[in-house]
Design a protein around this ligand. Structure first.
Ligand SMILES: C[S@@+](CC[C@H](N)C(=O)[O-])C[C@H]1O[C@@H](n2cnc3c(N)ncnc32)[C@H](O)[C@@H]1O
Length: 224
């Protein structure tokens, strides 16, 4: 599927389906909230939710009053839904329409959050581009929170095949610029009541070996 087909597919899903009926619907993204809050408590001052779609996580992020808050998605229709829901508060978020497997720069964010976008990338080259973007975006000490279907989770999401991971597999896929700092499992129930096993990996950006010139190595501000 090329980028255009992919964005059209997601736009079509967001334009035609009720959000409260899609499998990934989560009115209170509690695990994401807690993990982002931990990363903020550890010194993160900016956050981006990649593949954020119309997630209700944005409603929480906007209240954190960070220096920079972004939501990125391939589907403009998804971001429009979230913007409308947030009303005036939407102005405090940067809304970025982009393909994670093609975008090369979004500036710097201290915290990267992804729930159920990375697992759609099945081609090694697409995964590499995604990880390159995360590597360029996060400073050394920055944190990536990456939720995917776990090994015992479903094989498909919205009819599309996904790559399932355990935290150790995910860390391998992300490569040496990230260290696995922790993980959580979460049993999500779709609106239809179907259980789906997720894993959340917490990866810390570490210096690349050797340190590449594109490292944004300023590091996180000291905890105050
Ligand atoms: C299963 S939904 C999850 C949405 C949101 N993270 C949540 O938890 O509610 C997957 C999201 O990833 C987005 N997505 C899929 N492939 C993408 C890509 N290559 N680049 C950017 N976004 C992508 C879709 O548009 C969709 O919003």
């Amino acid at each position: 599927m090329d980028d255009r087909q992919s964005s059209n597919k997601w736009d079509w899903i967001y334009a035609t389906r009720e959000m409260a009926g899609v499998g990934w619907y989560e009115p209170d993204p509690v695990v994401s909230r807690e993990l982002v809050d931990d990363a903020v408590a550890a010194g993160g001052r900016s956050v981006i939710d990649v593949g954020g779609g119309a997630s209700w996580l944005a409603d929480h992020l906007v209240e954190l009053n960070l220096e920079r808050t972004g939501v990125l998605d391939i589907s403009e229709a998804a971001l429009t839904l979230a913007r409308h829901r947030l009303g005036e508060r939407a102005d405090r978020i940067e809304w970025i329409v982009a393909d994670l497997a093609a975008q090369t720069d979004i500036g710097r964010f201290d915290i990267w959050h992804d729930r159920a976008a990375f697992h759609f990338l099945l081609e090694p080259e697409s995964r590499k581009r995604y990880v390159d973007l995360a590597t360029r975006t996060l400073p050394v000490g920055g944190v990536a929170i990456v939720a995917t279907f776990a090994e015992d989770g479903p094989e498909r999401c919205s009819g599309m095949p996904v790559q399932r991971y355990e935290p150790e597999d995910l860390a391998l896929a992300w490569g040496p610029s990230f260290h696995l700092r922790g993980s959580r499992r979460h049993l999500h129930h779709t609106p239809a009541g179907v259980p789906q096993q997720f894993q959340y990996s917490i990866l810390e950006r570490v210096p690349s070996q050797p340190i590449s010139s594109d490292d944004r190595s300023a590091g996180l501000p000291a905890r105050t």
